[in-house]
Design a binder for this molecule. Structure first.
Ligand code: FES
Ligand code: FES
Length: 151
């Protein structure tokens, strides 16, 4: 089937298999590898994107379900020459080690701060509880969220 999705503000069309995930379509059809594929089971959050403004795991959404809808990936949040404030905060706080979890955490953090500009410690932990990081121990990640919030 053919789908048309607004991805990062631009209309994109692709022929897809009915059973493929939005994550697969983003990475393999639309050339956007920022959303990472780690578990494909909704466990790690590395594939987090915004679907019509709602934070979702792209591995749990069928590409077909995104037909006619709007998706924002980490690539749509900022550009290399002008990082999104959350991306800049992750850099400044040293919240990135291997970086595999980072795109999902950046999208989840941006969604949190959109909803709650000044989150409590609990808000931060709750909002990022679906995003797993094997490297950082989360301390720097929480620093980055607070930094982005303060800015
Ligand atoms: S790859 Fe989607 S939650 Fe892990
Ligand atoms: S920085 Fe390596 S998994 Fe988070």
């Amino acid at each position: 089937m053919r789908i048309a999705v607004t991805v990062n503000g631009e209309r994109a069309e692709a022929d897809i298999w009915e059973g493929e995930s939005l994550l697969f379509a983003l990475r393999e059809r639309f050339g956007l590898p920022g959303s990472k594929n780690a578990c494909e089971q909704g466990e790690c959050g590395s594939c987090s994107v915004l679907l019509d403004g709602e934070l979702v795991c792209a591995c749990l959404v069928l590409a077909a379900q995104a037909d006619g809808h709007e998706v924002v990936t980490v690539e749509g949040l900022g550009a290399a020459e002008k990082l999104h404030p959350v991306q800049q905060a992750f850099v400044d706080a040293g919240a990135v080690q291997c970086g595999f979890c980072t795109p999902g955490l950046v999208v989840a953090t941006a969604a949190l701060l959109e909803r709650v500009p000044e989150p409590s410690e609990y808000d931060i932990r709750e909002a990022l509880s679906g995003n797993l990081c094997r490297c950082t121990g989360y301390t720097k990640i929480f620093d980055a969220v607070r930094l982005a919030s303060g800015r």
